[in-house]
Design a protein around this ligand. Sequence first.
Ligand SMILES: Cc1cc2nc3c(=O)[nH]c(=O)nc-3n(C[C@H](O)[C@H](O)[C@H](O)COP(=O)(O)O)c2cc1C
Length: 188
Amino acid sequence: MTTLFINACVRPESRTLILAQEVLKHLSGDIQEVKLAEENLLPFDNEMLLLKNELLLRGETQHSLFRYARQFAAADNILIAAPYWDLSFPALLKNYIESICVVGLTFAYDEEEKPYGMCTAKKLIYVTTAGGPIVSEHYGFGYIREVGRLFFQIPSIECFFAEGLDLKDANVDEIMDKAIEEIRTALG
Ligand SMILES: Cc1cc2nc3c(=O)[nH]c(=O)nc-3n(C[C@H](O)[C@H](O)[C@H](O)COP(=O)(O)O)c2cc1C
């Protein structure tokens, strides 16, 4: 079993990372971590799009441009840790999503032009922490859930979060303990 840990935490004292570490205690097997802040993940520009299309036309899926997609497709469990930034998550994570959405590697289209998943993962867990309240639509997790469901067809997708951590009078320890307890109850 391999767990792919996609770490979009930026701050060294990240509280999202604390929740991620709790989740990792409950997932067995090898952990492969991709620390997004240390990868050179650029948004796709025209040059990269042309290269991507050309490589796919030639069937060159072993090219390094597809290394994240290959790794994602092969993992048994996926854990994404991303702080709640500007109502969603850091742009680093969107750049990563752009790099793993590769037709023929992580998903494809059937004869009726409906996407179907090509990933091994049966479980995707998303963890986040927010300074204030997470708005009801939950744009961060909501987006990841839809990509995981519609493209990759990962059967189990869930989220653990702690919110209100930066509010005046917030009892940070209490909020974090509650989120950790929720993780233990769900995954223990
Ligand atoms: C760039 C940036 C954007 C943020 N945007 C929001 C926001 O839209 N809503 C919110 O409630 N908190 C926001 N916060 C606060 C963080 O969500 C909060 O501090 C979170 O716990 C940070 O996670 P970390 O401890 O893992 O770094 C933002 C923080 C930063 C640095």
